[in-house]
Design a protein around this ligand. Structure first.
Ligand SMILES: C[S@@+](CC[C@H](N)C(=O)[O-])C[C@H]1O[C@@H](n2cnc3c(N)ncnc32)[C@H](O)[C@@H]1O
Length: 258
């Protein structure tokens, strides 16, 4: 048992339930104020923001170092960011760590997120949460329509290969031209319980087989196949970046030289 829990139990026994409720409220409010101050003082540094807001995008996964580089240009722009997965699974009070980190890093952005479970407790100014399944194409299209132009999409949801691919195939075409699409935790491509396969690195239906195949789209103009009809991805992917457990895809925009 941690010291915090021991102290909490002693206080709980020593004071009335009403006073205990008041103390709990006071300390959680105080914690929030300190978090907000620390967040404001470190608003340029995503690794520190991830630590302050308690998301595992740093300290467990090492993603925010890459986001710092890829998202820097958008930092102060008026953008719309959509994250799949709010966190906390079925516990409706938990999660929200990454949406609050994004809100702190992007001062002019609207932060949207969706989750299978009710996470509406995290709605606040510049943060809007939708409830639904990322493998439900109709739901994804409704969300995208309500948001309008989406500049950044981050998939940190179920990590089930089939879901990731449905979500990408639905939302990438709806991403703004020049937008950035991110898939986190691509290691589930090797994990059987997520629909992955470690026995064959080119197994059909895994996300990494699919995303690796898209690297060919970058070179589609040079295929030298008579009569070749370019695919949507051939025409709309500007660049792809592979990191450990992370894929970042840039959508082409007008004026890109390719
Ligand atoms: C890894 S957590 C997200 C963590 C959060 N993005 C963060 O960095 O703090 C994954 C979330 O995805 C949600 N989820 C699982 N399956 C889903 C699905 N099919 N559709 C939408 N959300 C799902 C879970 O409820 C859980 O809250």
């Amino acid at each position: 048992m941690s010291v915090r829990i021991v102290v909490r139990n002693i206080v709980k026994k020593a004071v009335s339930p009403k006073m205990y409720g008041g103390l709990k409220h006071f300390f959680s409010y105080e914690k929030k104020i300190f978090r907000d101050i620390a967040s404001a003082m470190n608003s340029d540094n995503l690794n520190r923001l991830a630590t302050i807001h308690g998301t595992d995008k740093w300290n467990l996964h090492w993603y925010t170092q890459h986001y710092q580089k890829h998202f820097q240009e958008l930092k102060n722009k008026k953008t719309n960011l959509l994250e799949i997965g709010v966190g906390g699974d079925a516990d409706t009070k938990k999660g929200g760590n990454s949406v609050r980190m994004w809100k702190a890093f992007f001062p002019n952005a609207n932060i949207y997120a969706l989750d299978l479970h009710d996470k509406s407790i995290h709605n606040e100014r510049r943060i809007k949460i939708f409830q639904g399944d990322q493998s439900d194409v109709k739901f994804l299209k409704e969300v995208a329509k309500e948001i309008g132009e989406i500049d950044i999409i981050i998939d940190d949801g179920s990590h089930i290969n089939e879901h990731v691919l449905i979500t990408f195939k639905t939302l990438f075409p709806l991403l703004k031209k020049g937008g950035i699409y991110v898939i986190e935790d691509t290691q589930t491509s090797y994990w059987a319980d997520y629909g992955g396969d470690v026995s064959n690195f080119n197994a059909p239906n895994t996300m990494l087989t699919f995303f690796k195949s898209l690297t060919d789209s970058l070179n589609a103009k040079d295929f030298r196949i008579p009569g070749y009809q370019p695919s949507y991805y051939d025409l709309n992917i500007f660049s792809m970046h592979f990191y450990r457990n992370l894929v970042i895809i840039y959508k082409s925009k007008e004026g890109d030289r390719q």
